[in-house]
Design a protein around this ligand. Sequence first.
Ligand code: HEM
Ligand code: HEM
Length: 184
Amino acid sequence: MLRNSVRRYGYVAQGLHWLIVLLVFGQIYLAVAAFGADDPGRESELLALHRPPGITILGLILVRLAWRLINDVPPAPSAIAAPLGFVARATHWLLYALLISIPLVGWVKAGSEGIEVDYFGLFAVANWLGPDPALSQVLRMTHLYLNTALLGLVSLHVLAALCHQFWLKDGTLRRMLPVRDAHP
Ligand code: HEM
Ligand code: HEM
């Protein structure tokens, strides 16, 4: 089942969800490792590794959003109170917004440092800016704050998923996993 149904996410949405989760955690790992690197050469090496997957996330999230717009979206489980359903939907939209804005800011920031991103040796990602240290500083803080917001929202999202799984036991997690419904 490639497409979503009103009961669960299809394989395309599932695949994109979990691939992006892996990439986001990889991004955070590389950025934190760069932050902790003890020599500047190692730091720029790790940041060079961090940039192409960031651009990949931007592409994948746009595909994912387009796929979502042409698919059914499973509604919140009916036992969930309306305000909580609203919080879940708002969290999902904010996650989409962050996964678009974080790589965009990173991309423009690289441009403001005069860096052209080499996309896995395949092509150079366009850079329309010249070096601009003041802009780069602003974008650096923006990238950091947006990432802090992402970590906060992802924690809430994961906590909610675990709550559904172990407390409410309503099968919500299964809707995002390639497993059969418990009660067909
Ligand atoms: C969803 C994708 C991305 C995630 C989750 C992410 C995450 C992070 C995190 C957690 C940091 C450390 C905190 C900070 O200093 O801001 C960071 C730093 C950085 N990121 Fe990203 N990033 C993403 C995309 C990108 C992209 C596309 C680029 C460039 C093309 C980029 C370039 C950088 C650079 C150069 C730094 C070093 C710190 C700085 O100078 O701001 N990032 N990123
Ligand atoms: C980087 C981390 C993550 C991000 C950015 C993320 C993002 C999202 C987004 C945007 C949606 C909404 C999908 C849509 O309606 O189009 C979603 C759904 C979902 N996510 Fe995540 N997710 C992350 C990690 C996780 C983890 C670790 C779990 C499990 C422990 C999880 C479980 C789920 C489930 C079960 C749904 C479906 C919710 C429902 O049926 O209403 N996610 N996720």
